[in-house]
Design a protein around this ligand. Structure first.
Ligand SMILES: O=c1ccn([C@H]2C[C@H](O)[C@@H](COP(=O)(O)OP(=O)(O)OP(=O)(O)O)O2)c(=O)[nH]1
Ligand SMILES: [Mg+2]
Length: 148
């Protein structure tokens, strides 16, 4: 599947997102920065990627997820936990970068800071009802299974 991509910063032309392996789900997103940015513990900064995409087809979206190495080892995750890119969004892909760790973290220009995953989306309509038909679970949730 092809998605329109616009290069907003020429430096990104040689750093376009690619799948690291044949089986990769995520495309690494790089920090399009002029100089290194230091994120203090607890700090959140919006980092530009220098790219925009236009998914166009409402049956797809993209999500931005943390990279597991950065998140686990350095506490660098996302200020919005997960970023959702709508199929009609044409603006720059931005990464809300949150240092939830205990030490300063330096983000270098062109560093891979997060990953983009394209996912299928089913838009729905609501069928208004007064009662649902019975289901195995009913309204039980929040750890209810295995208690009976
Ligand atoms: O990590 C993110 C999350 C969102 N976006 C862009 C794409 C998305 O389509 C748009 C709106 O995101 P969302 O709907 O999550 O934010 P909102 O707070 O509801 O803003 P809006 O009122 O513009 O929908 O912002 C990013 O670039 N990065
Ligand atoms: Mg929104």
């Amino acid at each position: 599947m092809k998605i329109d991509l616009k290069i907003l910063d020429e430096r990104m032309r040689s750093h376009l997102p690619t799948y690291a392996t044949g089986g990769s789900a995520g495309l690494d997103l790089r920090a399009c920065l002029d100089e290194a940015v230091t994120l203090k513990p607890g700090q959140t900064t919006l980092i530009p990627t220098g790219l925009s995409i236009f998914i166009k087809n409402p049956n797809y979206a993209a999500i931005i997820l943390p990279r597991s190495g950065l998140g686990h080892k350095h506490g660098i995750v996302l200020g919005n936990l997960v970023g959702l890119i709508d199929s009609d969004y044409q603006g720059q892909l931005m990464v809300s970068t949150w240092n939830r760790g205990q030490t300063d973290f330096v983000i270098s220009p062109m560093e891979r800071i997060a990953q983009l995953v394209v996912v299928p989306v089913q838009q729905v309509e609501f069928n208004l009802v007064d009662e649902f038909e019975d289901s195995d679970r009913g309204a039980d949730g929040f750890g209810s299974t295995g208690r009976h």
